[in-house]
Write a protein that binds this ligand. Structure first.
Ligand code: ZN
Length: 432
């Protein structure tokens, strides 16, 4: 049987060669591949649709692009790398001299071997991208250039999957499907989101998964689903989740919501290096979901953040840059955070005047036989019981109790279950 990390990596690799953009057939082809894993609903939103202050742009597609040098050699071929063309380049087929051509070529002088990823969605132009080494070796003379693309009325395509839980309250996981051959940013997020959706089991919350083009896709989704956004209680933007770096949690705009606390708690307990960053309006789709008119409880759990790794938006963000075990580790952290949210309820102590007699109920043992593992375990469980009884006044959630007691959430959960079975606590219902 294939391991989860290999499955995740295989999907990422299958998507990697496809030329995606914020619209077009590359997104459709990618969503069709994801549909082999989950029953994705695919939406097509027509060009010109008004979405808040924006409108859905023209659809861009590209078949081919190349540069032929004065000696008749094809020195750049879109088929070798879809990064060679500035995204949303208008079609062009002409001849021009080197100086003129150079004003349309992008490279990274500081990283002379890598090809940059460049876009120009809302300013109609054209351009090529190449390594700085290649640019410097171009010979003077007349070049033949061709970009066989189309910019026309069409659609913005996105994918959506809803796992229904016991309640209509939702947890949102969103990733973007608009980058071409970029492995960490953000096929890692796409693969992680796909497998979270695929591996869902019965839950309390409903879980919504979005595969959208970054920015315009988030704006479009929010504009079309504005009435339902009140159902979204929490969420995470899955981006840059497969590199070798340590984990970073970027807080929601509100900064101290339940998911913020759960994510920080999971990282603190991980015994690994991690970073917590405050919200900023610079980044990925949290910029839209946490805009003041929505202000949703949505953070982002990533590894090395976008813009902070040198491979970012270059041809070096390739399949070798992905570390399978890190991708899987990030996936597991998402699961742990969502697991806390699933179980993080508040309880009320039904016997609040002094401690109830626990021994009579089989919840307390005399500790007198040393420090074997079983005894330690039991001691933790019994401590958890005392903490829960003391703090279950309808104000503290199980996560609050885990944080205050410094006892693992999973043990707190086990302890509350036994207290519930004995009738010593009941779930606190805030609506009563
Ligand atoms: Zn990016």
């Amino acid at each position: 049987m294939m391991t989860l990390e290999n499955e995740m990596y295989n999907l990422l690799s299958e998507l990697y060669p496809i030329c995606r953009s914020i619209t077009g057939n590359g997104v459709r082809k990618s969503l069709k591949i994801i549909k082999k894993y989950i029953d994705l609903e695919i939406h097509e939103i027509p060009t010109g649709t008004k979405v808040f202050d924006w409108e859905v742009p023209k659809e861009w597609n590209i078949d081919d692009a190349y540069i032929i040098d004065p000696n008749g050699r094809k020195i750049l071929d879109f088929k070798n790398s879809n990064l060679h063309v500035v995204q949303y380049s208008k079609p062009i087929k002409t001849k021009m001299n080197l100086d003129e051509l150079k004003s349309h070529i992008y490279s990274i002088p500081e990283q002379p071997k890598n090809i940059p990823y460049v876009t120009s969605y809302y300013n109609e132009t054209w351009g090529f991208c190449m390594s700085h080494n290649q640019l410097q070796n171009l010979i003077p003379g007349e070049y033949e250039i061709c970009i066989d693309s189309s910019l026309s009325n069409g659609n913005l395509t996105y994918g959506e999957f809803l796992h229904k839980g016991k309640t209509e309250d939702e947890i949102l996981t969103s990733c973007y499907v608009c980058h071409p051959s970029m492995a960490n940013d953000n096929l890692s997020g796409v693969s992680l989101t796909t497998f979270l959706a695929k591996n869902m089991h019965p839950t309390n919350y409903s879980y919504r998964f979005l595969f959208i083009p970054e920015t315009i896709g988030a704006i479009t989704w929010l504009a079309l689903n504005e009435e339902n956004t009140s159902k979204i209680k929490h969420g995470l933007i899955a981006t840059c989740v497969g590199d070798n770096g340590s984990l970073t949690y970027k807080k929601s705009r509100q900064g101290n919501t339940e998911i913020d606390k759960a994510a920080c708690y999971i990282l603190e307990k991980s015994n690994e290096k991690y970073n917590i960053s405050e919200f900023s309006p610079i980044g990925s789709d949290e910029r839209q979901f946490c805009s003041p008119g929505f202000n949703l409880s949505i953070g982002s759990l990533m590894r090395t953040p976008y813009m902070k790794f040198s491979e970012y938006h270059t041809s070096a963000d390739n399949l070798e840059f992905i570390k399978k075990e890190k991708l899987k580790d990030t996936y597991e952290k998402y699961i742990s955070i969502y697991d806390i949210l699933e179980n993080n309820k508040k309880y009320v102590n039904l016997n609040p005047k002094c401690e109830p007699q626990l021994g009579r109920r089989g919840l307390y043992h005399d500790i007198n036989n040393g420090h074997n593992l079983e005894t330690k375990d039991r001691f933790l469980l019994e401590s958890a019981i005392l903490w829960i009884l003391n703090l279950s006044d309808g104000k503290n959630s199980l996560l609050d109790i885990a944080i205050k007691s410094n006892i693992k959430f999973s043990i707190i959960k086990r302890a509350v279950d036994s207290l519930k079975n004995c009738g010593l606590v009941k779930e606190f219902n805030e609506t009563i």
